[in-house]
Ligand binder design. Structure first.
Ligand code: NAD
Length: 353
């Protein structure tokens, strides 16, 4: 596999044998500013798998950051290893020194396998870290704002589909009641929706049973997808929208927090053909990156929340462009992001003496 067959600006391999650190930082674009994206700590089967993941993830971040209206390009990092076994203070600090060596071209944050406490450690060696704990000047858990943003996206879907920006009396199915799913559940109940959930984790389901006994539960995602829903909200892992799921789905709207929901390119067309309105994942789940970007400037919760609230307008704008250009919303979202990267990125060509 050749990195040069992709459009990335820079890909850096970082190796520190004594700590066992093997990391790859990929910067897709800095057209809008320093590349921003989290560090995924994951036991990949091979170096190639890690590389493919970081190339895909960093590209997605460029689009997500562009559509969230941030002055950040797209980047991402992966640490190849088992976080439960390999994560240590020296490894994270070694990683921080490599990120520092990029001089701010890349700003890191949390992702799968890394947590706010880890970013606190990385920050002891590195100035270009966000997503830290409140005790260390950070904004803390980003899932609250992510859920708020997904809810705003879902309101825009409701308006487009049913003429009114509310989920009142709609049946919403949430797959995955982890950090984001649980907060989303609260917003939906407050808005008057009826909610059904599922999760592979028994403790996650038990927690919902205790806090929200009125919420229905089903055994698995398959049962959820087959049930009588208005909205399906994937909030677990990527690849939730396979050909099979799209074929079985009874909901007419899909809007959830999970990253990379489309199992393969072309699923957006299948959704369109079945008349299912799909809110592109990277648009509606950008509340988290909005929060960590805000933290870089000194976190102001009201400012970050106001920005995440605008996900409602962005989602609307995408549906409008999709209708105008006769393309699925996922394609319309990409077009808006590419336009912003080109038009705003071009301004760097105006010399500031
Ligand atoms: N946390 C954020 O700020 C944020 C931001 C953007 C995107 N996301 C994405 O949103 C999704 C959820 O994030 P989170 O922070 O809530 O993660 P989480 O790990 O707290 O929650 C995920 C939940 O999904 C459940 N799950 C996993 N596989 C499942 C399956 N096959 N069927 C049913 N349930 C399953 C898990 O048991 C867990 O309870 C992820 O895809 C994440 O990448 C999160």
């Amino acid at each position: 596999m050749s990195v040069f067959s992709h459009d990335h600006e820079q890909v850096v391999f970082c190796h520190d044998r004594p700590t066992g650190l093997r990391a790859i930082v990929a910067i897709y674009s800095t057209a809008l500013g320093p590349a921003l994206g989290g560090t995924r700590f994951y036991p990949y089967a091979s170096e190639e798998e890690a590389l493919v993941d970081v190339l895909n993830l960093s590209r997605s971040m460029a689009y997500k950051n562009a559509l969230a209206g941030l002055d950040h390009g797209g980047g991402k990092a992966v640490i190849w290893g088992d976080p439960a076994r390999d994560k240590s203070e020296p490894l994270l600090r070694a990683y921080g020194r490599f990120v520092q060596s990029l001089g701010g071209r890349y700003v890191t944050a949390c992702d799968v396998g890394t947590y706010v406490q880890d970013m606190d450690v990385v920050a002891r060696e590195c100035d270009f870290v966000t997503g830290r704990s409140p005790e260390n000047g950070g904004a803390g858990d980003s899932s609250i704002l992510t859920a708020w943003g997904v809810f705003q996206g879902m309101r825009a879907c409701a308006e487009h589909r049913w003429g009114s920006a509310t989920l009142r009396d709609r049946r919403v199915g949430i797959a995955g009641v982890g950090k984001v799913g649980r907060h989303l559940l609260e917003h939906l109940l407050e808005d008057g929706a009826s909610v059904v959930v599922t999760d592979v984790s028994a403790p996650a389901r038990a927690a919902v049973r205790v806090t929200h006994p009125q919420v229905d539960q089903v055994d698995d995602v398959d049962a959820l997808v087959r049930s009588d829903l208005d909205v399906y909200a994937p909030c677990a892992l990527g690849g939730a929208l396979s050909d099979e799921v799209v074929r079985l789905l009874r909901a007419s709207v899909v809007c959830g927090a999970a990253n990379n929901q489309l199992a393969h390119p072309g699923v957006e067309k299948l959704l369109e053909d079945r008349g299912i309105l799909y809110a592109p994942d990277y648009v509606v789940n950008s509340g988290g990156v909005i929060q960590v970007a805000d933290e870089i400037r000194g976190y102001v919760p009201e400012r970050a929340r106001a920005k995440a609230t605008r996900i409602f307008d962005t989602t609307r704008q995408i549906f409008a462009l999709a209708a105008e250009e006769g393309v699925p919303p996922a394609v319309a979202a990409d077009r808006i992001a590419e336009r912003r990267m080109a038009e705003v990125g071009r301004l760097r060509g105006i010399l500031l003496p």
